[in-house]
Design a protein around this ligand. Sequence first.
Ligand code: 5GP
Ligand code: MN
Length: 339
Amino acid sequence: MLHQAIHIQALQDMLGSAERCLVASHVNPDGDAVGASLAWRSYLRAAYPALEVRVAFPNRLPEFLRWIEGAEQALVYADSKEAVESYIKICDLVFCLDLNAIDRLEALGEALADRSIPRVLIDHHLKPAEEFDLVFSDASMSSTSELVYRIALALGGKSLLTKGAAEALYVGLMTDTGSFSFNVNTPETFRMAADLMELGVDKDEVASKIYDSYSEKRMRLLGHCLLNKMRALPKHKAAYISLSRKELDDFGFQPGDTEGFVNMPLSIKKVTLSALFTESQDKTHIRVSLRSKGKDISVNEMARKHFKGGGHFNASGGKYFGSLEDCEAYFENILKTEF
Ligand code: 5GP
Ligand code: MN
């Protein structure tokens, strides 16, 4: 655990002298990125009333996360560059959540690079980059939301967490653990869930808002993927799905619609490695999502080595620069040569 007393003291010192801070999280924000960032904002506002706190994401939140307290006030760099850039000019502390390198902020990271504002990392991915001034990085944590919760407790205690913040943390915890089916490494994670319930979280309501809010088109896209697009490679205990921009457009793709698709092939008993390839909106690259089952295949290594990405041992992502067909061939070749 890296969040020892000395780190907490350093964080307290930074917060004590800051006037305006920015909380930033990764591109294509997921439940943990949004939950952790909005909960951290809520906590900071309660604990440091004089501190101005703004949250920014590189691009838009998926619809199913927009109900979380504070989501409406969050800035989206792709939509309001000027507002974000003028805030960056006056802010004096930056928190980077749920990412291990600034390049996960994409264009927002470039906007931040223009100024040398102290950066604090709060994250649970493997191998954090050496570009932060204070680092809370713990890959044993279920989620960044759990790490935010532990830091908030160490700083000031539970009483400063509102029901809205507890809901945000619960979203991060639930989504990053597949509803408590993986990444739960200690009983403390369940104790955190219990604490959040005590703070007022209605877990059935939160689960329903996240998982029962898809469009009909998204369900049909999933059906199309499983029926027509999933390619099984039994020799390599692998399967993958690839989706062109046209297919995504035909099914009225909205951000977040493919969330969870990459996990589906892992439900097949003999499949231990799964991939999802989706053509980016501007067709400049292929987004790559990788998942594995068990302790033998590190998709983090695969993402780092072959797809300029990273993440966790069993869940990682990256990019491929080329056509969808070339990406498929490239992936199959990795399987042939390395598995
Ligand atoms: P997903 O496949 O759900 O997009 O991402 C799975 C995990 O890999 C997440 O923890 C995410 O932060 C990480 N990840 C996804 N894409 C990238 C990428 O391009 N670079 C890096 N470093 N990590 C990624
Ligand atoms: Mn996460």
